[in-house]
Design a protein around this ligand. Structure first.
Ligand code: FAD
Length: 380
């Protein structure tokens, strides 16, 4: 069911994304997930189809639109493409570029963001460190000003698209302890002292790469600082609200795909003389799944409209992420159950979706941290 906010423009975007995913992702979905990567050429193809620039200003090389357009396209990529890992890797610019577009000078936006939107370069957002995940204010990667450069030393971990990223938007410590000493600095591939520590093996999202990044005496031009020195924490928090909305909408797409696969399977598979669908308990399970998806979807739509209006909605974004995450965990679990033994097999889509879904109560801020934010905003 389309979101309530959808216009003809959204419908056209859905169609573009669906056609793209069917032609360029679906035929390779399983192979790319098993190979733990998708071809770099996909970025260029997605850019050519007009999909990478959605929600970015046309003046910066984007396609215009807002977060509602980006959500619709990304949902369709998951539904029609069937590879969550590919979509999150392809869309890593969704969390990396907004700080450049929001805080960057025209020169920075042209140099650092435009090539990513053209599909020529890959971008990543690097906040998390081995000793600082939920507690962003404790990051230790240090950037010390030395003439016209910052000398960066430290490590980042769990970075989506980290292995292939040309443009890394990194949280670095330029000032004292705590959130007041953090800045955002763009570190480009090829800068001496910047290397990929290792590519990490993980439970799900296999087609996307997740990496440890190492900075050792890495001299980064001071002209790559985004916004004011020591004002990065607020920018990171603003970015998180949109990231959480994106993650929530991925949960809805994953659950919808698992639901569709379950409906198909329930019609095909027979037990005790009738199809699974012929058993009332299966129909009720599917009805519960559909209801949960619809409820989370409504919240995603509400949050998307508010974010698109420019409202700061940290509490609503946190609620939306938790609601969508809980819904998705329950739906993929039931989908595996409906598939019986097949649901446990690697060749079956719901097995992969079950693994993919486990990331969402963790990534982009954990379930517990979402509740901390809600409690803080609500004032208790
Ligand atoms: C596949 C994947 C992709 C990722 N991509 C990126 C990326 O592109 N860029 C990036 O910067 N990061 C990325 N991350 C990192 C992700 O955002 C962090 O893993 C997440 O924020 C949690 O941090 P942590 O792993 O250090 O857990 P910790 O902060 O160590 O938390 C461990 C546990 O303690 C709980 N906990 C912590 N503090 C509290 C508290 N105050 N109250 C109650 N419970 C608490 C947490 O909820 C959690 O259950 C990615 C992670 C994964 C797994």
């Amino acid at each position: 069911m389309p979101f309530l906010f959808e216009t003809d423009e959204h419908a056209q975007l859905r169609e573009t994304a669906r056609r793209f995913a069917k032609a360029h992702i679906a035929p390779h979905a399983r192979a790319w997930e098993e190979a733990n990567e998708f071809p770099l050429a996909l970025y260029g193809e997605a850019a050519k189809a007009g999909l990478l620039g959605i929600s970015y200003p046309e003046g910066d090389g984007g396609a215009g639109g807002d977060v509602t357009h980006a959500l619709v396209a990304s949902e369709e990529l998951v539904l029609a493409g069937g590879s969550v890992g590919t979509v999150v890797g392809l869309n890593s610019h969704g969390i990396a570029l907004p700080p450049i577009v929001r805080l960057g000078t025209p020169e920075q936006r042209a140099r650092l963001a435009a090539p990513v939107l053209r599909g020529e370069k890959v971008s990543a957002l690097a906040i998390t460190e081995p000793d600082a995940g939920s507690d962003v204010a404790r990051i230790r990667t240090r950037a010390v000003r030395d003439g016209d450069a910052y000398v960066v030393d430290g490590r980042k971990t769990f970075i989506t698209s980290g292995c292939r990223a040309d443009v890394v938007v990194a949280a670095v410590r330029t000032g004292g302890e705590g959130h007041g000493g953090i800045s955002l600095l763009v570190i480009e591939k090829g800068t001496p002292g910047f290397s990929v520590g290792r590519k990490l093996d993980k439970m799900g999202w296999w087609a996307s790469d997740t990496a440890e990044l190492v900075f050792e005496g890495c001299r980064v031009p001071a002209s790559n600082l985004l916004g004011e020195e020591n004002a990065g924490f607020f920018a990171i928090m603003v970015n998180f609200a949109t990231e959480r909305l994106y993650l929530a909408s991925q949960c809805v797409a994953i659950a919808e795909l698992a639901y569709r696969e379950s409906v198909r399977y329930a019609k095909e598979r027979s037990a005790f003389g009738k199809t699974l669908m012929g058993h009332q308990v299966t129909r009720h399970k599917l009805a519960d799944m559909a209801t949960r998806i619809a409820a989370a979807r409504a919240l995603v739509g509400e949050c998307a409209v508010r974010v698109a209006r420019g409202e700061q909605v940290p509490s609503l974004a946190a609620m939306t992420k938790n609601a969508a995450t809980d819904m998705c965990s329950a739906v993929v679990d039931e989908a595996v159950q409906i598939h019986g033994g097949s649901g446990y097999m690697r060749e079956v889509t719901v097995e992969r979706l079950y693994r993919d879904a486990r990331l969402y109560p963790i990534g982009g801020g954990t379930r517990e941290i979402m509740n901390e934010i809600i409690a803080k905003v609500e004032g208790y």
